[in-house]
Structures are given as C-alpha cells and as structure tokens.
Design a protein around this ligand. Structure first.
Ligand code: HXC
Length: 519
C-alpha cells in the first residue's frame, strides 16, 4: 500500500466507524425517536471540539461466533471536547452495536476517559443506551462493570459526573449512573430498573409495564433516581450544558463567575406583600426565588420529587449558587423522608464542588405519623442535618415565615455554622406553632372550661400571647441566632453582599477517613 493509500485507508476506516452497527440498525434507532451516539455528542459539545479516542478498538470474544462479528469502536464512543470552552470527558454508548452492551473492551474505553478526566480534573458525562452486560462475554463483562463502578466511586466529589439515560439501562448497569451526581432521563425512550418486568412477574407475580416500572416519570417523581426528565434528547443535552455552567471543573476549583446585567440592588416591592396574613395560607416559594436571582433564571433539580422542598441552581451577581427552599405550596413545606433525602444530597453536592448555598426557610416542622416513623424519618432527617452541619461552603439562610422545632435547627441554622442568617419581619421562630404549643401547655386548663365560647376565647388569648412572644424573628435576633431582620424587597441585595463577603471563607472539618453520615 502506498503512503497515499494508507492515508486514504485511514479516512475510510474513520468513515466506517461512524456507521456503528450499520444503516439498518441506525434506522431502527431513529424509528424509536433516538439519535446515534455520535449525533448526541455533536449536539452536546461545542462545535468541532470533540476528539475521539479508541475508535479502532475491537472486542476479543471468541464465543458464540463473535469472532466473525466485529465493529470498530465496540459499541461506545469516547473522548473529550468542550462545553462553553471548558473541557469535559464523554462516553456515549452505541445501541446499534450489540445493543450498546458492555464488553471488556467497551468498558476499558470508558475507564480510560474516566482515568484521564480524574488526572486533568474535568467533568465526565456518560450517555447510556445499553442492553447491559454483553451476554457473550459472561463474567468478563460483570468484572468490567465493576471497574467502572470503582472509578465512579473514586471520582465522586472530585470531578462532576453527569449521566444521561437515553435508552435501556437495566440490571447492575443502573449502578454506574446511580453513583454519579445527576441523572437525566429522556421521556418515553429510556428506562432504568434492577429487574425488568419479565423477571418481576416470574418472581413476584406482579404484572407491570416497562414504563410503569422504570420510565423517566416514575424515577423523577417516585424513586428520585432521576433528577430531570427531558422531553427529548436535545432538551436532555441542553440541561447537561446548563448544569456544567454552574459547576467547577473539579473540587479544587470554584464555579465560574459570569458577568451579570441584572442590577444587584434591584428591589421587589411585591416581596413585602408576599407572605399571607393568615399563617395557614400558602404561597409559592418559586415566586421568591425567581424574584431574587439573576434574570429570574433558576435550574430546578428534582422538580417532581418531594415537591415540598425545592432545590436547584441559580446565580447571584453572576455567582453560581445552590438554593434550598421549603415550598409552602405543597404539603405546607413540611420536611418528610423524601424531602430530607433530596435536600441532603443536594447540599452535599454543592459542598463537594464549592457551590455556596442559600436556604429559604418556611417550614412547619417534620411530618408526623407512623408511615414516616416506620420509614426512618429519624435517619433521613439526620441526613439533612448532617449535610448542613458538615458543609463548609458559604451558607446564607433567610427565614421568611415558619421555622419550627427540629426543622428550624436543620434548615441551615446558625448553630449548624450558618454564616449569615437573615429573617424577614414575618418570620416565626419557635419550638412549635402557637396551636400545638397551647395544646401542650394549657391542655388540662382548656379541658376544664365547660362553656364552648369561653374555652375558645381562652385558647385565642393564649395563642395570641404565645404568638406575641415567639412568633416573630426578634426573640431569635435577641440571642444573635438571627444576624439581621431584613426588608423582604431588599433580599436580593443582602444575599449578593453576603455571598460576596463570604467568598473568601475558609473552614475545615477535622481530619478523618470519612464521616459516618446516617445512610
Ligand atoms: C449482547 C445484546 C444485549 C446484551 C441486546 N443485544 N442486549 N447483545 N448482550 N446484553 C443485542 C441484540 O441481540 C440485538 O442484536 C441488538 O442488541 C438489539 O437488541 P434488540 O433486542 O433487537 O432490541 P430491543 O427490541 O430494542 O430490546 C432492547 C433490550 C433487549 C430490551 C435491551 O435487547 C434485552 O432485553 N437485552 C438483554 C438485556 C439484559 O438482560 N441484559 C443483561 C442485564 S444484567 P442484533 O444483532 O439483532 O442487532 C446486567 C448485569 C450487569 O447488565 C452487572 C453489573 C454488576
């Protein structure tokens, strides 16, 4: 072969790899509303930035006639590229080659980019579309999965790891995305489960569809496994680009601050009126979030899971910030098992990657009842408490209305090393609400009053007395638990100044192997 032919041959080989498992299988992929692995990468990354590795890798299996079926690249496209000019590593499974199934060599390619990402300190994005372990390779493919899991674990908290699920993800394969920071599932075209509908029926007798067992909406609303449901793959990839914009490259860097055109001292008079006079009436905390962040842009995470607490990313004067906020519009913003798990995971994620946390508090307490107690609200609530207490990033807390009992302590309180704790004049910080308190303190006396009207009068008077004493921010401010009572309309400015001031904060936890967070 002449040298010119050698170059020609390379170009031909490159073209061949792009066909994956062949045109017929690519067609089948399109019919399902899915893109090919390379198309997904092209949509995600900055134009022309992708550099592919290992496109000539082939599997080494000789069983089941596999030696006669070879595809260059072995069912996964790997490499690096940029998002808004910043380096990311990526792998995208190619369903057109053996159903994207994971062989020893397929896994080696993924491990290579993970190792490199850790070396240079850059995020890893995985696009999953796979029938799981390559059946023909038996234990080798199981071992290969474990190689990936181990790397997911080592990379956790060091570099951001994001997973898109754009097709099947079943069996043990689910555990790699589960070990990563965030999971995005495409609606209708993806599913995740440890055991599929067929085995479920055989073992338990339960008859259930793929979608109902492990579809995107199920994981976004019931299990909490998925943080986002994307309408289609384009939207899912756009979400990944956005997420990257809020995150640093690794745990030793800070998130990138961008120029902000939204005035930092913008006042919003509506906030002075947003808290209803009746403490039992709800309002939408998202109205507060949209009002105070830059350009009303808020990327909500876990939108459909535990809707009584809101978490997500926004910017304050261009500074990426995590927001945790009780949602009075849903279950009165109470803390329950799912809300505690959701917020704890988010607080730890922010802390791992140097993203400051703003907490907006309006919480009536923990949800009572046997379902919660049997489900372990003690342990799950402790997770959130632990996450706040261990976090060393700047923590700014604003109490808008209720902050009762244990939930007060949990939600970024001063004693959990809150850096700046503000309250609106409408804040009520106490052991419990007036109704509950008076029942406990005055129950016997109330029972002795026979006349119904007299009894109610007594209750009202006692509740009023309690409200006067405790249902305000000044009692807490008197002790310095609240640093300042602020005018609601000025909240944006106060948060921005607090974040700016705290940006040089240095706080270290004592050296240890790792904390023993209540799991
Ligand atoms: C090898 C596989 C494969 C696999 C699919 N294919 N899964 N090849 N190993 N695991 C191949 C098919 O033979 C087919 O090849 C092509 O991929 C497309 O598959 P289809 O079945 O035609 O596609 P579809 O109808 O869309 O169904 C997709 C599917 C189904 C639901 C994923 O293929 C399936 O059930 N696969 C097996 C899933 C499974 O049980 N995996 C093991 C899970 S346990 P051709 O040549 O016809 O195109 C696991 C353990 C991990 O993963 C352990 C980690 C600890």
């Amino acid at each position: 072969m002449s040298n010119t032919d050698k170059v020609k041959n390379l170009i031909e080989l490159r073209e061949k790899t792009k066909l994956g498992g062949g045109e017929k299988r690519i067609e089948a992929q399109y019919k399902k509303g899915k893109h090919t692995a390379r198309e997904r990468i092209d949509i995600l990354l900055d134009e022309g930035s992708f550099e592919e590795y290992d496109m000539f890798v082939q599997h080494r299996s000789h069983d089941f006639g596999m030696e006669n079926e070879q595809y260059l690249g072995d069912g996964v496209v790997t490499g690096h590229g940029t998002i808004d000019g910043r380096v990311v590593y990526i792998f995208a499974q190619d369903f057109t080659v053996f159903g994207g199934s994971l062989s020893e060599t397929h896994a080696k390619k993924i491990c290579k980019i993970m190792d490199q990402a850790l070396k240079v300190g850059a995020p890893v994005i995985g696009i999953n579309d796979s029938g799981g372990a390559r059946i023909q390779e038996g234990v080798n493919s199981l071992a290969a999965y474990a190689e990936i899991f181990q790397r997911n674990i080592m990379a956790s908290g060091v570099i951001p790891q994001l997973s898109a699920i754009f097709g099947p993800c079943a069996g043990g394969a689910v555990y790699s995305p589960a070990l990563t920071d965030l999971v995005i599932m495409s609606d209708k075209t993806s599913y995740m489960f440890v055991t599929g509908p067929k085995v479920t029926k055989t073992v338990t007798g339960e008859v259930i569809s793929t979608e109902d067992l492990g579809g995107a909406h199920v994981h976004a609303s019931k299990s909490g496994v998925a943080h986002f449901v994307a309408e289609d793959e384009e939207e899912g990839l756009l979400i990944i680009r956005k997420l990257i914009s809020y995150l640093p490259q690794n745990n030793l860097e800070d998130p990138v601050i961008t120029e902000c055109f939204d005035p930092i001292d913008r006042l919003d008079d509506d906030l002075n009126e947003i808290i209803p006079d009746n403490p039992a009436h709800p309002y939408n905390i998202k109205d507060v979030i949209f009002s105070i962040v830059d350009d009303s842009e808020f990327l909500e995470i876990h939108r459909d899971f535990a809707r009584n607490i809101i978490v997500g990313f926004a910017k304050f004067n261009g500074r990426p910030t995590g927001i945790v906020a009780n949602q009075p519009n849903y279950l009165a913003g109470v803390l329950d098992i799912d809300a505690s798990r959701k917020a704890a995971r988010f607080v730890r994620f922010c802390d791992a990657f140097n993203v400051p946390i703003v907490t907006l508090v309006d919480v009536p307490g923990f949800l009572p009842g046997s379902a919660q107690e049997y489900g372990g609200i003690i342990i799950h609530g402790a997770k959130l408490l632990f996450a706040y207490g261990e976090a060393t990033v700047p923590k700014i807390t604003v109490t808008l209305r209720k902050s009762y009992g244990g939930a007060h302590d949990v939600m970024g309180s001063k004693q959990l090393r809150g850096d700046l704790n503000y309250a609106w004049p409408t804040a009520e910080i106490a052991v419990m609400g007036p109704k509950g308190a008076i029942e406990v303190l005055e129950g016997k006396k109330i029972a002795e009053i026979e006349d119904v009207e007299e009894r109610q009068k007594y209750i009202d008077a006692k509740e009023e007395e309690y409200r006067e004493k405790f249902a305000n921010p000044y009692e807490a401010a008197k002790y310095g638990y609240i640093d300042d009572v602020i005018e609601p309309r000025n909240t944006r400015f106060r948060i921005i100044r607090a974040l700016q001031t705290m940006s040089t904060k240095k706080e270290m936890n004592p050296p240890k192997k790792h904390p023993n967070i209540p799991l």
